[in-house]
Design a protein around this ligand. Structure first.
Ligand SMILES: [Zn+2]
Length: 331
């Protein structure tokens, strides 16, 4: 398989320039960024963000790092791209190997996922799908994803009865006010307009996927998730999109993947305009995801240019820079 390059941004399509640290996000007012809490917020149980402790009717969001989220509303839990294991592939030291064996840290995963009824999967690269078979098998959750995701999960032994295939455009009603819209989307691109492991799977492989290279993209989805009475959240797993697929979407909060390159023309302004300039933007997929899931977040990109573009494109939008596992509401 031809790798377009060895820096992480080169193939996953998210940031380069590691170690820059979070830039200062200046300014008060609606465009100001909420900075992550100081150390220990994950353990404190405090709700960061917007409006104090959650009530029983709040929708509560916890960032799992990478693109992943846990969303709770009352007793109901939805996961998006839950990747907690964060094993080392050599991505950050120039020794990336697509032959890296897939492993699951079951103790860690079990500690954080709760009892999800739904797992939404944007695409089938390992940093999005690796932990999903374990979650599906142990919780019985329904998994919503592409045809590729379906076949890979079947090969891992997940029953077909738990799998829902979407292409984008579906608006799925899960009862009790939970509505999930699937949105056809696109994968991130490096500066050469390429990305790691494109391709789709149209039948279950004879053997379960065992290495990072076994997991091709399988096209990319985004999702809009809303519980009745709560904010609608647009969830991205990669930093590109199909503008015309977003027509009419007006999420209250958008979890936006931070791009690594300028391969996508005017990514931030086009995206925010297409989404109607959401009230809140939360940058995701900007962290080093081969380190432990512990605050403070280790950025693998300078968020400064991204945040500046958001301020310019949507001056009334508040930016919330998340840290790991801290419960947040986006009222
Ligand atoms: Zn990917």
């Amino acid at each position: 398989m031809q790798l377009p390059g060895l820096d992480r941004r080169a193939f996953l399509g998210t940031a380069a320039a590691a170690g820059a640290g979070l830039v200062t996000v200046a300014a008060a007012g609606p465009a100001a960024a909420d900075r992550p809490g100081t150390a220990g917020t994950a353990a404190s149980g405090a709700t960061a963000a917007t409006g104090g402790a959650p009530s029983a009717t709040d929708t509560v969001y916890r960032w799992f790092g990478t693109a992943g989220w846990r969303i709770d509303h009352g007793a109901r839990t939805v996961l998006f791209d839950p990747y907690l294991t964060r094993f080392t592939t050599g991505l950050y030291d120039g020794t990336f190997s697509e032959r890296t064996a897939l492993t699951v840290n079951t103790r860690l995963v079990d500690a954080h996922v709760g009892r999800p009824e739904l797992v939404l999967v944007s695409h089938s690269h390992w940093d999005h799908i690796n932990d999903v078979p374990h979650i599906a098998r142990t919780t019985g959750a329904t998994v919503v994803g592409t045809e590729t995701t379906y076949h890979l999960l079947r090969a891992w032994g997940v029953p077909a009865a738990q799998l829902v295939v979407v292409r984008g455009g579906e608006v799925l009603d899960f009862g009790g006010g939970l509505v999930v819209e699937a949105v056809a989307s696109r994968h991130s691109r490096n500066a050469r307009h390429q990305y790691f492991a494109p391709g789709t799977v149209h039948a279950a492989p004879a053997r379960p996927p065992a290495t990072v290279g076994d997991l091709v993209e399988g096209d990319t989805l985004a999702f809009q998730v809303a519980f009745a009475g709560g904010p609608s959240a647009f969830l991205m797993g990669a930093s590109d999109f199909a503008e015309r697929e977003l027509a009419g979407l007006r999420p209250d909060v958008a979890m936006v993947a931070v791009p690594s390159s300028t391969a996508t023309h005017r990514y931030v302004p086009r995206l925010l305009a297409a989404l109607g300039r959401p009230r809140t933007v939360v940058p995701v997929h900007w962290d080093r995801f081969e380190t432990e899931l512990v605050n403070p977040v280790q950025p693998d990109a300078d968020l400064g240019p991204f945040l500046a573009q958001v301020r310019q494109a949507a001056p009334g939008t508040r930016v919330v820079v998340p840290d790991y596992l801290t419960p947040r509401t986006f009222r």
